[in-house]
Design a protein around this ligand. Sequence first.
Ligand code: COA
Length: 157
Amino acid sequence: MGATPLHIRPMRTVDLDRVCEIEEEIFPMPWSRTSFEDELAGNKCAFPWVAEKAGNVVAYLVSWLVEDELHIGNIAVAPSLQGEGVGRALFAHCLDAACERGVTRATLEVRVSNARAIALYESHGFIPVAMRKGYYSDTGEDAVVMLKMIPSGDEGN
Ligand SMILES: CC(C)(COP(=O)(O)OP(=O)(O)OC[C@H]1O[C@@H](n2cnc3c(N)ncnc32)[C@H](O)[C@@H]1OP(=O)(O)O)[C@@H](O)C(=O)NCCC(=O)NCCS
């Protein structure tokens, strides 16, 4: 992961310049700044995180806590730092924090072609449970729905 320690904390409005830069660099259909602002300001279920190195946001994750379920909406690591363990650390942190709040399952959707993300999710115990045909409107690609059941007392691993 490199010598500079990673600090993971809840996302704040002040993070959004950098979050939107990463979002636009990575995703073909990036979320707008307003979408992130709405999550932070207006969505009581929002459970969003950032990872910082040396005070700079290098990754983020948006998720929602709905009753006893965690739904992970997206996770992104700045391209220059991908493959160095940042995504794994951020994902694990979110799962652990959700477990502390008593979630019993976690779900997400991912593009069928996204082998790197699928490998990350599988290594945390997520299994594919369904397909959503043509879910991504930019390419018509299918989504895999993945699920992790979390027995009470599990710390997310
Ligand atoms: C997917 C993503 C979040 C993973 O974060 P990362 O910091 O690059 O990944 P990590 O270095 O923490 O590696 C985590 C796991 O991903 C998988 N992985 C990493 N690099 C990989 C590669 N080149 N090929 C296949 N799997 C890979 C492995 O399972 C790895 O675990 P391991 O290190 O124990 O082998 C990041 O690459 C990213 O932002 N990708 C673009 C955005 C995206 O696709 N987001 C997910 C959909 S919302």
